[in-house]
Design a protein around this ligand. Structure first.
Ligand SMILES: Cc1cc2nc3c(=O)[nH]c(=O)nc-3n(C[C@H](O)[C@H](O)[C@H](O)COP(=O)(O)OP(=O)(O)OC[C@H]3O[C@@H](n4cnc5c(N)ncnc54)[C@H](O)[C@@H]3O)c2cc1C
Length: 401
């Protein structure tokens, strides 16, 4: 078998792998992406229920790579306000003290972020990849083995062998290549399933995202276009199974009851998708001539909507170090460079990962003490405009998370 030689082999053409290839598009480095799925699934991915809340930093990255321009304007939904509600069922006259609120800046002219469907982001990334004929996208190529040494790395699929200076893995939170390289990870099974779907409704969502923690389950509304939203339910597996097996009409009625008719009459648009909730933090992000990015490095609980945004931060940190080293005629896979990437990305991601897990633990805990802490947290948060200002600033700034 002929061995293909290149600078960087990327494993996985998910949103993070494609973004990483684009971040190197003008660097002059030779790049190939190995993806186990068929080409058509990457070119034209199906709706998967996920609506991704993008920060201003993520938008600026996607703009810089020419990806944002491929997103249809009517598919970009500005998120003007967000509200976290503790324990109670939703009601339109929710007392101020029961919820923590965040608003976009400058009289809402600067939104908190932008909601875009995951499959639309992937489509736009693919379109931009096609503009760079030197980026090779090799589909139906599941990685089988990886061997790295001081001098180079070899990566094999059933029909190809690639020799690369560096391998970068973005092959999901259940990364097989992470295991092939002997890197361990801490996995946290939250014991719940997340059902996501789009629903039409008769009352306005007022461009406000709402997250309601009801201990046994959480319900979230992500406002999309006028009269429709993404609905996100987190439930025990048996309850999720029951809801997934209901007819569209019965499911819509149940969701309407769960939301206390906050959005009026509800009706399901399209399919329901379900995801198991498993958080992953890899203990190391690097090995010899090997680095993990995206969910393969850190797979977040979706509640704080950090996953892809954090993935883009890993992309920019690693790509900037590689481009800088290459333009100074230094190795793009030195231990020093990789250690710097690991340290920087760990510093950013570990506190977010731990804080997200702590929020989930606190808001799903039914003990009286946890309830007191939550109410206190909401009161303090609401009475501390600097706290709300800090969160808003963090979401809207055009630097990393
Ligand atoms: C319900 C839900 C809601 C979410 N909401 C948000 C949000 O609001 N904001 C946000 O920022 N993030 C959100 N996320 C997280 C976001 O979707 C992920 O962080 C993002 O998809 C990770 O992208 P990735 O490319 O790292 O991995 P993936 O999307 O998992 O892609 C991995 C790719 O690698 C390929 N692959 C796997 N193994 C191999 C192999 N051995 N060889 C070759 N190819 C392989 C796969 O086929 C796939 O194409 C949400 C996630 C969920 C589940």
């Amino acid at each position: 078998m002929k061995i293909k030689k290149l600078d960087i082999a990327i494993v996985g053409a998910g949103p993070v792998g494609l973004s990483f290839a684009l971040s190197l598009a003008n660097s002059g480095l030779s790049v190939a992406i190995l993806e186990k799925q068929a080409y058509e699934n990457i070119r034209n991915p199906n709706f998967d229920g996920r609506d991704i809340a993008l920060t201003h930093f993520s938008k600026s990255q996607l703009k810089e790579w020419g990806v944002w321009q491929h997103l249809p304007a009517e598919q970009i939904h500005p998120l003007k306000k967000a509200q976290v509600i503790d324990g109670q069922l939703f009601s339109r006259d929710q007392k101020h003290s029961d919820s923590l609120k965040f608003e976009g800046a400058d009289n809402l002219d600067t939104p908190l972020g932008f909601l875009v469907a995951n499959h639309q982001i992937r489509k736009a990334l693919f379109k931009q990849i096609k503009q760079h004929s030197h980026i090779q996208l090799l589909c139906e190529q599941e990685v089988q083995t990886i061997k790295t040494s001081l001098y180079s790395s070899l990566i094999e699929t059933k029909s190809q062998t690639l020799e690369a200076k560096l391998i970068v893995a973005s092959d999901s939170r259940f990364s097989a290549t992470r295991r092939m390289m002997g890197l361990s990870a801490k996995m946290k099974d939250f014991g719940k399933l997340m059902i996501v779907c789009n629903m039409q409704h008769t009352l306005s969502h007022m461009n406000t995202a709402q997250e309601c923690f009801q201990y046994e389950r959480t319900c979230a509304i992500l406002p999309l276009g006028e009269g429709y939203s993404s609905i996100v339910l987190t439930l025990n597996a048996s309850e999720a199974d029951r809801l997934l097996n209901l007819t569209n009409e019965s499911f819509s009625e149940e969701v309407e009851t769960m939301l206390d008719s906050r959005l009026g009459k509800m009706s399901l648009l399209g399919e329901r998708n379900a995801y198991p909730l498993i958080g992953v933090m890899s203990n190391r992000f690097i090995a010899e001539r090997f680095a993990l990015i995206g969910d393969a490095a850190v797979g977040m609980h979706p509640v704080t909507a950090h996953g892809f945004n954090l993935g883009l931060s890993s992309v920019s940190t690693l790509a900037n170090l590689i481009i800088k080293a290459d333009s100074a005629n230094k190795s793009i896979a030195s231990q020093r460079l990789l250690l710097e990437y690991e340290a920087r990305h760990k510093l950013l991601s570990k506190p977010l990962y731990d804080a997200t897990n702590a929020i989930v633990a606190l808001y799903t805990n039914k003990t009286p003490m946890a309830k007191v802490i939550r109410k206190l947290g909401i009161k303090i948060g609401n009475r501390l405009p600097p706290f709300q200002h800090l969160v808003t600033k963090r979401l809207t700034r055009i630097s990393k998370l």
